[in-house]
Design a protein around this ligand. Structure first.
Ligand code: GDP
Length: 210
């Protein structure tokens, strides 16, 4: 199977408002996280080369849910799109529920193998991003940072932002990979695919969709 096929067949499975609504906790998962508007949906669409894949997760009521996508017909290789954080209009109660849901997911999910953390390259490493990165350090969870929307700034500015990000995070005792990325022109997409392949063993999955 070509690498391309591994990703174009990424398909939406379900939205879960509670942990028990997720697929059974077997197989391998990577979670996509980031602030609202960082471009999570666009990254998903870029990965699958399908402009409407993540639309489902944008329908009202689903923005606060965990959206599950699968790479394999047996659904044992999954991407979990976590609800975006830092959304100013969210009520206190919803924010609390969001925290509980994410905490439950991150701390209880056995299949979770890694995080893809998406940031706007012009505003990297906000407090909420750091909270997640601290969690990665505490639990020794692998993470790939995508510095998204690189097409909005110059190459020099992109390099500077990446360097600043790495400098800000150098105190963490885990390996931090930060990739200059653009969901719009697909810069950095191969690094994302490589990371997903590593975490999810996609090439070795007998049931990977092709
Ligand atoms: P989400 O809330 O994190 O799912 O973010 P979206 O994927 O909906 O993106 C938020 C906004 O940023 C939309 O207007 C996108 O078109 C835009 N956007 C996302 N990624 C990129 C990118 O790489 N380049 C540019 N120029 N715009 C982007």
């Amino acid at each position: 199977m070509t690498e391309k096929n591994l990703f174009v067949k990424l398909n939406f499975i379900l939205s879960a408002l509670e942990i028990h609504q997720l697929p059974e906790d077997i197989g391998l998962e990577v979670a996509l996280c980031g602030r609202s508007n960082s471009g999570k949906s666009s990254v998903l669409n870029a990965l699958a080369n399908n402009k409407s894949l993540a639309r489902t997760s944008k329908t009202p009521g689903r923005t606060q849910s965990l959206n599950v996508f699968s790479f394999s017909s047996d659904n044992l290789r999954r991407l979990i799109d976590l609800p975006g954080y830092g959304f100013a209009k969210v009520s206190k109660k919803d924010r609390k529920n969001w925290g509980i849901l994410i905490n439950n997911y991150l701390n209880k999910r056995i299949s979770l193998r890694g995080l893809v953390l998406i940031m706007d390259i012009r505003h990297p490493v906000k407090d909420s991003d750091l909270t997640l990165l601290n969690w990665c350090e505490e639990t020794n969870t692998s993470v790939l940072i995508l510095l998204n929307k690189s097409d909005k700034i110059s190459k020099n500015q992109s390099t500077n932002s990446r360097n600043t990000t790495l400098e800000t995070l150098k105190h963490l005792k885990i390996k931090i990979n930060a990739v200059v990325f653009s969901a719009k022109n697909h810069q950095g997409i191969n690094s994302l695919k490589k990371y997903l392949n590593e975490c999810l063993d996609l090439e070795d999955s007998p049931n990977a969709l092709g």
